[in-house]
Design a protein around this ligand. Structure first.
Ligand SMILES: [Fe+2]
Ligand SMILES: [Fe+2]
Length: 234
């Protein structure tokens, strides 16, 4: 068993980045802080990025369904985050390291099969969204409706996808591996991510996300707080 001191120390990618505070403004994050992060936490942070991008997709779908334009051409940026960060990094880690580890242990084969299929369908949907955007679909009423449908399809598929990974796939890794094996997997995940071509750190992606959220007016977390009507108050 390895003690915590011998575990890998990872320079948190967002150490030089900015994190959104509750009021939607960016706060400087401490610089150069070295922390330990393991595979599950790493991948769940990436799911956080995916989830916020899905919120952007859902906001754009709502605008398009009401025949409203993309206010500041936000869709290409959001699609780029999906292509480069979610599909180019996160899904590759799952397919190269996480799913094979489960398959080797004959764990959750049916679920892994569905998840892999959904990655592929996600790529097809994304290619179509990108192509339609480049062709200017968002500039016509019918094109906006088509895009809204595609964006909702993507979101509808990936919300349960990532939640199933968070609650079933990643926890199962602890059951099929001892601590040393899990440490080794965590190191491999970090190494693979940092060696990928066009590897993008969490801080850069967060800044990109915050810019798009700001353009859409969904950057202020307080805006999402439920307002309870007096008749529903106890
Ligand atoms: Fe996945
Ligand atoms: Fe995932």
């Amino acid at each position: 068993m390895q003690n915590s001191q011998s575990r890998r120390q990872i320079l948190l990618a967002c150490a030089t980045g900015m994190l959104a505070s509750a009021n939607g403004k960016a706060d400087a994050f401490s610089i150069g802080k070295s922390i330990q992060i393991q595979a599950g936490e790493d991948l769940m942070q990436e799911h956080g990025i995916l989830g916020r991008t899905l919120l952007i997709y859902e906001e754009l779908a709502d605008l398009f369904e009401h025949d409203k334009p993309d206010p500041q051409d936000c869709l290409p940026g959001a699609t780029e985050i999906i292509i480069k960060y979610v599909q180019g990094q996160h899904e590759r880690v799952e397919e190269l390291l996480i799913f094979p580890a489960l398959t080797k242990a004959n764990a959750l084969p049916d679920l892994v099969s569905v998840l892999v299929t959904q990655h592929k369908v996600g790529h097809e949907l994304t290619n179509t969204i990108k192509k339609k955007t480049e062709q200017g679909s968002h500039k016509t009423k019918q094109g906006r409706l088509d895009l809204a449908n595609l964006l909702k399809m993507f979101s509808t598929m990936f919300r349960p996808h990532m939640l199933r990974e968070d609650t079933v796939i990643f926890p199962r890794l602890h059951e099929i591996m001892n601590e040393a094996q899990y440490e080794e997997l965590s190191t491999k995940v970090q190494s693979l991510e940092s060696n990928m071509v066009n590897s993008t750190d969490l801080g850069s992606i967060l800044r990109q996300l915050e810019g798009i959220e700001g353009a859409l007016g969904i950057h202020n977390l307080a805006k999402f707080t439920a307002e309870i009507a007096p008749s529903n108050q106890t």
